[in-house]
Design a protein around this ligand. Structure first.
Ligand SMILES: [Zn+2]
Length: 148
């Protein structure tokens, strides 16, 4: 799963929004503004990081533009135009935490899995790296000493 951070000027309301969209950049709403702040128009694997970056961008944008009503909004467009619901920074952070808990983590080290994932030699489990996959086999792969 990816999370895409972009600045938007929603049409027709003219609301200024920093959007954190589930599914990556193909799922952002279409009224995206030209990238201006660090971390903007990028994809993140960790929703908590995406929201944290989004809040930084919203604050920088407020300072630069003089607008005070800039929100960080989160959601999923399903590939359509679907302006996200208004919410506070705290609500965006709570959303990120819920998203994070639903994500897959490495069976061995607990790190968040990105698109590249590994299984052990039996094709089982999900791991962040070959090292974690092999490590788990060594620990869990005890065979019967009598049979071998
Ligand atoms: Zn791992």
């Amino acid at each position: 799963m990816k999370y895409f951070v972009s600045r938007q000027k929603y049409w027709p309301t003219g609301e200024l929004v920093v959007e954190v969209a589930v599914g990556g950049k193909n799922y952002a709403n279409p009224d995206m503004l030209v990238s201006q702040f660090p971390g903007e128009a990028e994809e993140y694997h960790d929703p908590r990081q995406a929201v944290a970056v989004g809040i930084k961008i919203a604050d920088a944008w407020k300072a630069a533009s003089g607008h005070t009503e800039i929100e960080v909004r989160t959601g999923f467009t399903h590939g359509f135009t679907a302006p996200f619901e208004s919410g506070s920074y705290q609500e965006a952070q709570a959303w990120a935490q819920r998203q994070y808990q639903q994500l897959d983590n490495c069976d061995a080290c607990g790190e968040l899995l990105n698109d590249e994932r590994y299984t052990d030699s039996f094709g089982e489990g999900k791991f962040c790296s070959e090292r974690c996959a092999l490590g788990s086999e060594e620990q869990g792969g005890e065979s019967c000493e009598a049979c071998n």
